[in-house]
Ligand binder design. Structure first.
Ligand code: AMP
Ligand code: ZN
Length: 475
């Protein structure tokens, strides 16, 4: 028997591909850093979430279960600033952005994670971790009463980002003049002491005084609480590698004495004009911006999905348009298969499908290598279209091909998720009128109806199974 294909993923820490499997024998436990809910997420953020969705779906495609946790960062400098400037409670400030995030996830066809913990609900777990770190002597009180993690107490600090502690300490000592509060400028904050001028009325009580948790400890606490001390995959964008994930490793492993995550997976950035898309640079698009321009969530998903996650992706409207055209081809292909009534076929389709399945699985298993996976799909479209042109695909075979497409769509999530187009009722009536005119051989009236439909942005597609209206592609 042939060995089953196994999913392998690039591990940022080891820098090699490693097999994905559930180390508890049940489900792959995956923690993915979620959005900071101080504004609408931009499509750069969504590139990372689409990658994580592809990973989640691929784990299932290869027959494993997955348990994914994605946090919502509702405590950080930006959420506090927004609430204080707006003169409203923190939860009131973050609520609309949380809601918008879930709406966007849905529009992009992202499968829901199994839990979306919010930092504000896990303060006791964070305090517990910090207390343990103080007891173990790896955390200390700074001069400003904040609690810091001493990176020199964790000898493998830097192992994820491949930075050396010496380099960090040399760099840090040069900056020490600005950092009176800490023993070492590269140490990071675990608990930030309360400053009434900066924090308004927003603080939490703790054994270390009033204040709030640092961002890194938030993720460690939520990951350990919900997934246990040692997880299978931890993912995020490359900008999370240092310092965020490096710090998560240090504080988690010092607390639990266990390896925090086996595989670290990071997606490259989405760029605009070859610069990282970011809120601070102001060069960003939200999903809403693109929907308002007439694109669909499905088109954006396809555009974000179709470049390998470890390559940078430069966002352009031309690439979005190319995604729209590819999807149109696939829609036409599916419509064609669904319309086949022929009962004669030929065994070639079976061979094509077997080959396509093997190639698709092998590409995906190889670190989610999406380009050859999609290449296989478009090769199949081309070959089957040729067979259809020659009337050599039977209804039964068409059904098998559709079944294959449904199977790979559990990973891609774009083939059978077409948004139902709202075709205006007048145009649907116009199509009926045109078909009646044709049946009566009233060609001038039929042409007039076609022209009117065209002027409203639709074309008529006639096939042996009937006629339908299709929206004209944007130019
Ligand atoms: P943030 O809300 O800034 O914490 O970011 C949420 C997630 O989006 C993190 O995993 C980041 O690494 C990721 N991210 C931020 N900007 C980009 C970008 N331009 N391209 C891809 N991922 C990004
Ligand atoms: Zn995180």
């Amino acid at each position: 028997m042939q060995d089953p294909v196994r999913l392998r993923l690039h591990n940022t820490e080891s820098r090699v591909l490693e097999e994905v499997f559930p180390s508890d024998g049940k489900a792959v436990r995956m923690y993915t850093c979620g959005p900071t809910v101080y504004n609408f997420a931009h499509i750069g953020n969504f590139r990372t979430y689409v990658f994580e969705d592809l990973l989640r779906r691929s784990i299932k495609f290869f027959g494993m279960k997955v348990h994914q946790v994605m946090n919502l960062t509702d405590i950080d400098d930006k959420t506090l600033k927004g609430a204080i400037e707006g003169g409203i409670p923190l939860d009131v400030y973050t609520e609309p952005y949380k809601k918008a995030f879930f709406e966007d996830l849905q529009a992009l066809g992202l499968e829901p994670a199994d839990a979306y913990p919010e930092a504000t609900k896990y303060i006791p777990a964070m305090i517990k971790l910090i207390q343990t770190l103080i007891e173990k002597g790896v955390a200390y009180h700074g001069q400003d009463r904040s609690v810091y993690f001493a990176i020199r107490k964790f000898p493998s600090y830097g192992r994820l980002s491949h930075l050396h502690l010496d380099e960090l300490q040399v760099g840090a000592s040069q900056r020490i003049a600005d950092e009176y509060d800490k023993e070492n400028a590269a140490d990071f904050v675990l608990w930030k002491s309360y400053d009434p001028e900066r924090d308004g009325e927003i603080y939490w009580e703790s054994p270390f005084g009033r204040g709030r948790p640092g961002w890194h400890i938030e993720c460690s606490a939520m990951a350990i609480e919900l997934l246990g001390p040692s997880i299978d995959i931890h993912a995020g964008g490359v900008d999370n590698i240092f310092p965020h994930h490096e710090n998560e490793i240090a504080q988690s492993e010092c607390c639990t004495s266990q390896r925090f995550a086996r595989i670290w997976a990071h997606s490259e950035h989405l760029l605009v004009d070859h610069k990282k898309m970011s809120k601070s640079a102001g060069n960003f698009y939200t999903l809403r911006d693109l929907l308002n321009r007439g694109y669909t969530g499905r088109q954006v998903r396809f555009a974000l999905l179709s470049t390998h996650y470890r390559s940078q992706l430069n966002f352009t409207f031309a690439s979005l348009q190319a995604a729209a055209s590819s999807l149109e081809r696939l829609d036409d292909f599916i419509a064609r298969l669904e319309g086949i009534q022929n009962d004669k076929g030929q065994p070639q389709a079976e061979i094509l499908l077997h080959d396509a399945h093997q190639k698709f699985s092998a590409a995906l298993a190889d670190d989610l290598n999406i380009s050859p996976a999609l290449g296989t799909l478009f090769d199949l479209v081309r070959s089957v279209n040729t067979l259809c042109d020659e009337n050599r695909i039977s209804k039964l075979e068409a059904e098998k091909i559709l079944q294959f497409l449904k199977n790979i769509d559990t990973v891609l999530g774009v083939l059978f998720t077409r948004e139902e187009e709202e075709i205006p009722i007048e145009l649907q009536e116009m199509l009926v009128k045109r078909n009646e005119a044709r049946a009566e051989k009233n060609w001038p009236l039929a042409d007039e109806c076609r022209q009117l439909i065209y002027e409203h942005g639709y074309v008529i597609e006639d096939s042996p199974t009937g006629s339908r209206l299709k929206k004209l592609a944007k130019s």
